[in-house]
Design a protein around this ligand. Structure first.
Ligand code: FAD
Length: 435
């Protein structure tokens, strides 16, 4: 057990980043009709709905819980241009559009920065870039050999990058940064609720049918008749009968936050740059500081499930494992305790990249997750909205657009993730830096 806290550790069913809103939008009761109904109000669904309304469309947004209170308000807050898929897979299977995919990921960061600025969202955004670290000296040598430093990328050992020595080294990609995702998603929620979009919360969609001439969407209390529908419910999408088989596997990602840590302690650990860190494990672990003087660390272990469930709490062994990972890399902080733990559902797609497409003549979906959706989901939602409003297909949308809705089985994930976790721990031991 790694709980040395004087403060007890609280397991939260929602986000650890912000207070749960109490000013709720109505629940759907009775019948509504509109041009486009958007299912799911994470950053993807909210931005799609907002953009459609800006195009003059009459939009209904249906959210199972509270807008922005899913993965969008719970994540680690890294705004990066990370694509998701391994570069070797990209080269092998997506060589024809790898360049377009990288451009899409890069543009999503610029888009996020413009959303924050345009809507004046107070979300503690800091342009830190992020440090992708090596897990072994061999991995660092590989980075040093393959990456040419420039004004946007520094490569070096831990000391040169201002990170603790047990991270060995890596590259500091000076694009994007970190924010408080709770404040960001709830800030966007305020913008959407103040717009022409008709928002319904605590209104989970239970059925969705394309009748050919339109769409009928059912919740427990009502129905929406729309010309078109956009599915943006992420890790929950496979619960709707209309979703393609194997489109995604729901995975639960856990986050923990420590008690406050002083500047002197961080300096003593060698984290002088304070740049957010990710490891290059099969399932990475992320470490960042927060505006409240704490450390948030996430991932390291993912739990897949057949179906995502609202209200899930983090598992204690995963929380302990995250704390172990923190103490291993920051040996001087072993007295530092975790005080909060929470988690959220993401959808893992077989390609490990964003997917968007048309399921039936009137139903579209946008699935931009795999742990990189903070910038990608809202950008994709916006591009899809432009497309539905008749603006054609943006190059960045076509980069991730799926013509076919046939996907490889996702059932390999639980075993793959378990084996990946074990391989990561073996790499850690072999690296010689963790004692
Ligand atoms: C712990 C954690 C750390 C992460 N860290 C990062 C990070 O640092 N950087 C990054 O880029 N990404 C990160 N991610 C991933 C990122 O949060 C997601 O990719 C992104 O938020 C996806 O946005 P979304 O709008 O597609 O989905 P969500 O935010 O999940 O929104 C989907 C919404 O649909 C609703 N819904 C579900 N079913 C229904 C239904 N039947 N009817 C109506 N509504 C429904 C849900 O309640 C939810 O609000 C992390 C995720 C987690 C959980």
């Amino acid at each position: 057990m790694y709980e040395t806290a004087s403060t007890p550790l609280t397991y939260l069913p929602g986000s650890g980043w912000a207070d749960k809103p109490t000013d709720l939008s109505p629940t759907l009761e009775g019948n509504q009709s509109c041009d486009v109904v958007v299912v799911g109000a994470g950053m993807g669904g909210m931005m799609a709905a907002l953009r459609l309304a800006e195009h003059g469309k009459d939009v209904v947004l249906l959210e199972a819980e509270i807008c922005g209170w899913g993965a969008s308000g719970r994540n680690a807050g890294y705004v990066t241009q990370t694509l998701g898929s391994d570069p070797r897979i990209l080269k092998r299977f997506y060589a024809d559009r790898a360049r377009a995919l990288y451009r899409f990921a890069k543009q999503s960061v610029a888009f996020t920065e413009s959303v924050i600025e345009d809507h004046k969202i107070d979300c503690d955004y800091v342009r830190t870039g992020n440090v992708a670290t090596a897990t072994s000296r061999r991995a660092l040598r590989k980075i040093e050999k393959t990456i040419t430093p420039n004004e946007r990328v520094s490569v070096g050992d831990a000391e040169a990058l201002g990170i603790p020595e047990r991270f060995i080294g890596g590259m500091h990609i000076k694009v994007g940064g970190i924010l408080n995702p709770g404040k960001y998603a709830l800030g966007v929620r305020d913008v959407v609720r103040a717009s022409a979009v008709r928002v319904f919360e605590h209104s989970p969609v239970t059925d969705l049918r394309d009748t050919g001439s339109g769409v009928i969407v059912a919740t427990r209390g009502g129905r929406v008749h729309a010309r078109q529908a956009v599915l943006a419910n992420n890790g929950f999408m496979n619960q709707l009968g209309i979703a393609p088989r194997n489109l995604s596997t729901p995975a639960w990602v856990t986050a923990i936050e420590t008690e406050p840590v002083s500047d002197e302690q961080l300096d003593a650990e060698g984290w002088t740059s304070r740049a957010p860190i990710t490891t290059n494990h099969f399932v990475m672990q992320s470490f960042r500081t927060t505006a409240r003087g704490t450390i948030v660390t996430t991932s390291r272990s993912l739990q897949t499930a057949r179906h995502a469930q609202l209200g899930k709490l983090p598992r204690q062994w995963v929380v302990n494992d995250l704390v172990r990972g923190l103490h291993e890399r920051f040996p001087g902080l072993t007295g530092l305790s975790a005080v909060r733990a929470w988690g959220g559902w993401i959808g893992l797609t077989p390609s490990n990249m964003a997917n968007v497409g048309q399921l039936t003549p009137n139903v579209y979906y946008s699935m931009a997750c795999n742990g990189h959706g903070l910038p990608q989901a809202p950008y994709l939602g916006t591009l899809l909205a432009d497309h539905l409003a008749g603006e054609g297909m943006h190059d960045d949308l076509s980069a991730v657009w799926r013509e076919t809705q046939r996907f490889l089985p996702g059932v390999v994930y639980p075993t793959t993730l378990r084996l990946g976790w074990t391989a990561d721990r073996i790499t850690d031991r072999l690296s010689g830096v963790l004692r």
